[in-house]
Design a binder for this molecule. Structure first.
Ligand SMILES: [Mn+2]
Length: 578
């Protein structure tokens, strides 16, 4: 059970005018949720519900796209070797698979290259670029999900006469790489209307532009580019990109493809992870499919995940899916043990820390980010977990950082750039390498930055409640309306509803060690079942009435479907929300 109490924050009631505008779209609870998500007028709300993107999605509006397409087109026509240079996480692997498939379908001579987390680490290296030119005979290298912070490597490529095209969605650093083309909607001067594409989404934009060129030149490919959206859904959700705008529309289409499971690798994953085909949502990717695709790169080589996604051989697909399943179990065990050690390190040092920092030379570099995430979940502080970089001869420390909404970790690392070898990432997640002799100074400066920004703030996780409701309003029609909000995840959370002062008519703790709780709640007329994960301790001192925050769900059991509250938090009535 979490040590933290949550702050309940009930969303402000929508103004009457906004409510009137949204009346045609559904019942009051849905209208309130649309308003909470920022869709205040009919047109925006309709586009959201339909999964349409309101901004232009023309790939040519991305800066650098024309140069990239011109160069790749020349390579395609000449049969020149193209290498797609990816990353070892799910976003990077799906992006690599997507672009390799797209270029191959256009008749391209393409090799994938995914660096090893253990040998090379993240991103471009001059050694790899040299090998790609000399051994693979590459004339063009296209990066996906990496490269925007590699000005030195881009300069090297230029020196050896290797054309480099960068596609990356990470925040650019102060110096942009002088590549043949750099595509990144977050770079200064880019006018593309949607900024939150994942690496795989950006790879898709490049594929789209290439297919548009193919159509214009009368060289049609043998399959529609939309068929690659299953990969976009996997990478976008696994990378924790916002599920808004264009990402939302691509993920929705991608989920349809995933549920049809035409790709052999997806069939394999569905079997080994015991996911239900037809029932795959964003949550299924986040909790089941994404971690399995990630596991290969965390423990060994991400190429296994790439091959799983691109193979057309059912036998190979099931062999690789079994391999990923085994690696995922191993990854879970490793994460737990590193998390426990890191937890001891951070709790033994200081109790009032604004930032958690755990370094141990024995940590496995593949899972330090996952351990950092668990520390953030438990303590609600930015957390860094670091280990010795295995490839750097013992003098360099490599780590992962995860953060909270109140603290932009990549900006904080920028302020420590003079002490770091490499760093980069997003507001909420980043990576870094630091020389051993700079470790202490780095840690101290980072702690000072965290203190200056976080001191005095009420640092507790918030639970935003979309709407207070009555038990009598929880019916099947509402479930159907709420389905239109899917896919839910980052930037579009699953709707949280709350009932006040519900009568507890039955309860018992369930699960191993009684960690969970089953409840039956009532408003005096209607009863409804609830499941409360990790809240089993309430069974020891259950009040007669409860305030309950929950997601409304359908529970399927023994062929029976029932409405169920999936409890997010419990509170005694009358206690303040925050
Ligand atoms: Mn990414």
């Amino acid at each position: 059970m979490s040590l933290l109490t949550r702050r309940w924050q009930v969303a402000p009631t929508l103004p009457a005018a906004a409510d009137r505008a949204l009346i045609p779209l559904g019942p009051p609870i849905l209208r309130q949720i649309l308003f909470n998500r920022g869709y205040a007028d009919t047109r925006q709300a309709q586009a959201f519900l339909a999964g349409h993107s309101l901004s232009s999605t023309d790939p040519m509006e991305l800066m650098g796209m024309r140069e990239a397409v011109d160069r790749l087109w020349r390579a395609l026509e000449a049969g020149e070797k193209i290498v797609v240079y990816g990353d070892y996480d799910t976003d990077g692997v799906t992006a690599t698979a997507l672009l390799v498939e797209a270029l191959r379908a256009l008749g391209g001579n393409v090799d994938p290259y995914i660096p090893s987390r253990f040998v090379e680490g993240y991103g471009l290296t001059v050694e790899a670029l040299q090998v790609l030119q000399e051994k693979h005979g590459a004339g063009v290298v296209v990066t996906v999900d990496c490269g925007i912070r590699s000005p030195n490597e881009a300069a090297f490529a230029r020196r050896i006469g290797l054309d480099l095209i960068i596609t990356d969605h990470h925040h650019p650093g102060p110096e942009l790489p002088q590549a043949l083309a750099a595509i990144n909607p977050k770079q200064h001067g880019d006018g593309y209307g949607y900024k939150d594409l994942a690496g795989v989404g950006l790879a898709y934009k490049l594929a789209q532009a290439l297919y548009d060129r193919a159509r214009e030149t009368g060289r049609p490919a043998d399959f529609p580019v939309e068929r690659l959206l299953d990969l976009v859904a996997l990478g976008t959700v696994a990378d924790l990109a916002l599920l808004t705008g264009e990402n939302r529309s691509m993920v929705r289409k991608g989920l349809e493809l995933l549920n049809r499971a035409e790709r052999e690798g997806v069939k394999g994953l569905i079997l080994t992870s015991r996911v239900k085909a037809g029932g795959i949502g964003a949550g299924t990717i986040g909790y089941s499919l994404g971690p399995r695709l990630n596991a290969a790169g965390r423990l060994d080589s991400a190429l296994a995940a790439f091959e799983l996604l691109t193979t057309q051989d059912p036998g190979e697909a099931s062999r690789l899916a079994v391999k990923l399943e085994t690696q995922n179990r191993e990854r879970q065990d490793l994460t737990l043990s590193i998390y426990k050690t890191a937890r001891e390190l951070v709790t033994s040092s200081r109790k009032d820390a604004y930032l958690l920092f755990a370094f141990d030379p024995g940590f496995n570099p593949g899972v330090v980010g996952l351990a950092a995430s668990r520390l953030v979940d438990e303590f609600y502080r930015p957390a860094l977990v670091a280990t010795l970089a295995p490839d750097e001869g013992g003098g360099v420390i490599r780590g992962s950082a995860r953060s909270i909404g109140e603290f932009d970790i990549t900006r904080a690392l920028d302020e420590c750039a003079d002490l770091l070898e490499h760093h980069g990432g997003h507001k909420a997640a980043a990576g870094f390498t630091v020389k051993r002799e700079n470790l202490r100074a780095f840690q101290e400066r980072l702690e000072a930055i965290a203190r200056s920004q976080l001191e005095g703030l009420d640092l507790r996780p918030r639970l935003v409640i979309d709407s207070e409701v009555r038990i009598s309003s929880l019916d099947w029609a509402l479930v159907e309306h709420l389905e239109a909000i899917e896919p839910c995840g980052i930037g579009n959370p699953a709707p949280v509803l709350a009932v006040r002062n519900a009568k507890v008519i039955a309860f018992r703790s369930v699960g191993r060690d009684g960690g969970h709780l089953k409840l039956t709640l009532s408003d005096g007329h209607i009863a409804i079942d609830a499941i409360a994960f990790r809240l089993g301790a309430w069974a020891k001192k259950m009040p007669q009435r409860l305030d309950v925050a929950f997601n409304l769900e359908v529970n399927e059991w023994n062929g029976q479907k029932n409405l169920q509250l999936n409890v997010r938090d419990l509170k005694e009535p009358g206690r303040p929300d925050a």
